[in-house]
Write a protein that binds this ligand. Structure first.
Ligand SMILES: [Zn+2]
Length: 196
């Protein structure tokens, strides 16, 4: 990140990211240990799969996470019936960020998962969805936003060390592939300014 870029890192107040859109999800509950927020999980999603970038696609993602997706809006959505999931944040193709769940609450993004021998990663992680899929590069604006919000998160939650930033596929390798081979980890980690 260039000198001075840290000025662009948003603040986090009362577990909410300043400047983010808000879409309140009912899909969260208490963390078993409220003080343990020590893992950052990167995901990817597109709705319907492979379609992204439009206002309609963003609305579908908001609707899924906020439990108001119309099952009849697309044939694919029938198989999402009853799915109750949520990340803390999503970053859309234009770099805009939406917060669904406050960081101190347990969001439901990781599912059956394990990190460093510890199961149930939702308990102690923050989840960020990137709008996209396994077969297209992510947008420049998404890397910029992701670096900024991740810097804010690492600054606010000091137990998330750089080695504790992972993809969903890393913690659920038999079930998940996201954020997929097109997510450029060296680029992301290079743009991320770690707090000192
Ligand atoms: Zn995922």
């Amino acid at each position: 990140m260039p000198a001075g870029a840290h000025l662009l890192i948003p603040s986090i107040n009362r577990h909410r990211l300043a400047g983010a859109r808000r879409c309140a999800s009912p899909h969260h509950d208490a963390r078993p240990d409220a003080a343990d927020i020590s893992l950052l999980v990167i995901h990817a999603i597109s709705l319907p799969p492979g379609k992204f970038g439009g206002a309609r696609n963003r609305d579908f993602i908001d609707a899924l996470f906020c439990n108001r997706l119309e099952r009849t809006a697309h044939p694919y959505f029938a198989q999402l019936a009853g799915l109750r999931v949520s990340p803390h944040l999503a970053i859309f193709r234009d770099g805009t960020v939406t917060q669904y769940v406050a960081f101190n609450r347990r969001a439901w993004h990781a599912g059956e998962s394990s990190f460093d021998g510890r199961a149930g990663c939702n308990d102690f992680s923050i989840g960020i969805e990137l709008e996209g899929d396994d077969v297209h590069p992510f947008a420049d604006a998404q890397y910029t936003s992701l670096a900024r919000v991740s810097a804010a998160i690492l600054n606010a939650y000091r137990n998330i060390q750089p080695a504790r930033i992972v993809g969903h596929a890393d913690i659920a390798p038999h079930r998940k592939t996201d954020p997929g081979p097109y997510f450029d980890w060296p680029r992301f980690l290079g743009e991320l300014e770690f707090p000192r």
